[in-house]
Design a binder for this molecule. Structure first.
Ligand SMILES: N[C@@H](CCC(=O)N[C@@H](CS)C(=O)NCC(=O)O)C(=O)O
Length: 244
């Protein structure tokens, strides 16, 4: 059984991390057995191979980082078959959408509202503490982690934009996703594929997580997105046990 390391569940999702949620959704859709293990922030650098979650311990004991790398490995080795039959061109398209979601939308749609906005960050802290009481020491450790994430935000470049420019970048990504989903029920067509696990995870972390900001309102009023999310929720409903 694959062991997936995560922070902890929240808001009806398997984890407060969209990348962990993505991997869990993929494993559920692909019918691959897994178990979740909690890892708290203070152990991240010592235990997670790249200091990030998720990472997974595979059946043979191999430790693998990165949601996309784990999914690609499972598909390549035939453990997962969600992408079976996709042409090389379709695979290339799916990779581009995955990069848009993981490497761009994440920063504008998750980090901006959750980590940069002080009031939201205060309400996020208990989740980062894994539901434990917030002691002075825990708060301090979480504040250090915030500085680290905001420095990555800055390094990526999104964090150097003014809030209005972040919102504009966010809305263009959402508009592109809307245009894509207008022509097919799932990201790559009529069938659910591995890319849907990531896209749906990112969208629910934007729409269903309780961080109220203009981007969330923008995404919430798009019917095409709502319909897509409802389709994905229905597919994932039988596995709801791992959600908070
Ligand atoms: N490319 C990685 C991204 C993972 C990632 O950034 N995870 C965040 C949680 S949402 C994290 O652990 N961040 C810690 C850090 O960046 O220091 C993946 O797809 O797994």
């Amino acid at each position: 059984m694959i062991v997936v390391y995560q922070f902890g569940p929240a808001w009806g999702m398997p984890c407060i991390s969209p990348y962990v949620s993505k991997l869990v959704f993929y494993l559920q859709l692909a019918g691959i057995a897994y178990r979740l293990e909690k890892l708290d922030l203070t152990r991240l650098d010592d235990e997670a191979p790249r200091g990030k979650l998720p990472y997974a311990v595979m059946d043979d004991g191999t430790v693998m980082p990165d949601s996309t790398e784990i999914i690609n490995f499972l598909e390549r080795t035939g453990r997962g078959r969600l992408d079976q039959g996709l042409s090389d061109a379709k695979r290339a398209d799916m990779l581009a959408w995955t990069r848009l979601s993981d490497e761009h939308l994440y920063w504008s749609g998750v980090v901006e509202p959750r980590w940069r906005t002080r009031a939201h960050f205060e309400s996020y802290m208990p989740y980062l503490a894994g539901g434990e009481i917030l002691t002075v020491e825990t708060r301090d450790a979480i504040e250090v982690f915030r500085t680290r994430i905001l420095s990555e935000f800055d390094g990526q470049g999104m964090g150097r934009r003014a809030p209005e420019a972040v919102l504009a970048a966010f809305c263009s990504d959402i508009d592109a996703i809307k245009a894509r989903l207008q022509v097919a029920p799932f990201l790559m067509g009529r069938q659910v594929r591995s890319g849907d696990a990531g896209l749906y995870a990112m969208l629910s972390h934007i729409v269903d997580a309780p961080f109220d900001w203009p981007g969330r309102h923008y995404a919430r009023q798009i019917t095409v997105l709502q319909d897509y999310m409802a389709r994905m929720r229905e597919l994932l409903a039988p596995f709801k046990r791992d959600a908070a």
